[in-house]
Design a protein around this ligand. Sequence first.
Ligand code: FAD
Length: 388
Amino acid sequence: MQPSEAVRVVIVGGSVGGLTAAHELRAVGAEAAVYERSAGRMEARGAGIVMQPEVEALLVRLGMSARAVSVDLWERQQLHLHGRATRYEAPQLMTAWDTLYQALRESLTGVCYRLDSVLRRVRVEGSDVTAEFADGYTTQGHFLVGADGIGSATRRLLDPAARPSYAGYVAWRGLEPESALPSDLLELLTGRFTFFGSDGLQMLCYLVPGPDGELTQGFRRVNWVWYMNVPERDLRRLLASRSGKPYTTFLPPGEMLPETAAELAATADASLPPQFAQLVRCSDVFMQPVFDLAPHRMVADHAALIGDAAGTVRPHTASGTSKAFADAAGLAAALGGWTPGQDLPTGRLADWERERLLHLVALSRAGIDLANRSSLGTADSRRFFVSA
Ligand SMILES: Cc1cc2nc3c(=O)[nH]c(=O)nc-3n(C[C@H](O)[C@H](O)[C@H](O)COP(=O)(O)OP(=O)(O)OC[C@H]3O[C@@H](n4cnc5c(N)ncnc54)[C@H](O)[C@@H]3O)c2cc1C
């Protein structure tokens, strides 16, 4: 008897969701290949990531521990505009997008990972899926996974009606070497999840591994996020870049206009505790507007969406990454045992979609509740960067 042909899966998007899908699909005997839009070094979109059980479970299966890729925290502290910080014990592990990316990529030996591959078209003919890329390259498989994030080209092809909508606030972010910070500020932030909130804004900060996964003192990075209500009509101005490149969902480090940086520093001095204002002034700030993408569908003929491509959750749940991991694990389980000569396991895929959409809806609601409680994205709260 001929051994059955392995299922070939084309994965579009090579960030944490796409890499996890490749690992999970390989574990069930599929042949996965990953196609990533970036031409060279991947832009770190999410900087700090709170370690969650789904991520830990995959790392353990790949022979790593969560601790080996994380910085340990022992306390939470709330800063106040004037006065001393309030502290309480809260142990937690913090990692970073690029640390996870490296861990997942290095352990994916023998799997095709093609850069500079911008998906343009998907064709399904019989049981074959063909993906066409902007450089003219095409590839064929039996199934396609769209792990191409919030601006997903795969989703636009499968479900043209779905569109992300602006949530009413942005995240200014920083990711600085700890060695670049004044020693008293670093001492205050080390080992702690530090936060501050007031009308229309919230800021948080914690240490994460260094750019090459370093965990030793002196080589880690300080990660911070400052959420702030900003009117939609002012987004364009804030996303304007030094290089003149058009950005819509992410303004990378080094691209902020000097006038935006000056306005941000002045806002920091006027509305943050002095330690956080100092941190903003020390940083090469980058920015992500926060978007909602209502969950709609995740499965189409011979294709599925996972991670942010399927639907986003507000960052306050700290679970965008772990959701992508669990989407990938469940999808691989649904496709496990399927061989190309057989009909698609549509029943198992439908069960997977139902379960993941329920989870996504619950997470989305929880994220919106958390944002509302912090007056983020709410109509009656304070807004910043309002142009005349
Ligand atoms: C401010 C903020 C803070 C966050 N904080 C956290 C946190 O603390 N913890 C957490 O778990 N999550 C956090 N998240 C969410 C997290 O960043 C995402 O949920 C997670 O990165 C999703 O991974 P993904 O692989 O689905 O998508 P992405 O990481 O967006 O990756 C999509 C990939 O697809 C590629 N791509 C796009 N289009 C194409 C195309 N046409 N062809 C080929 N490739 C393409 C992109 O280049 C990219 O590499 C945060 C998000 C924001 C906005």
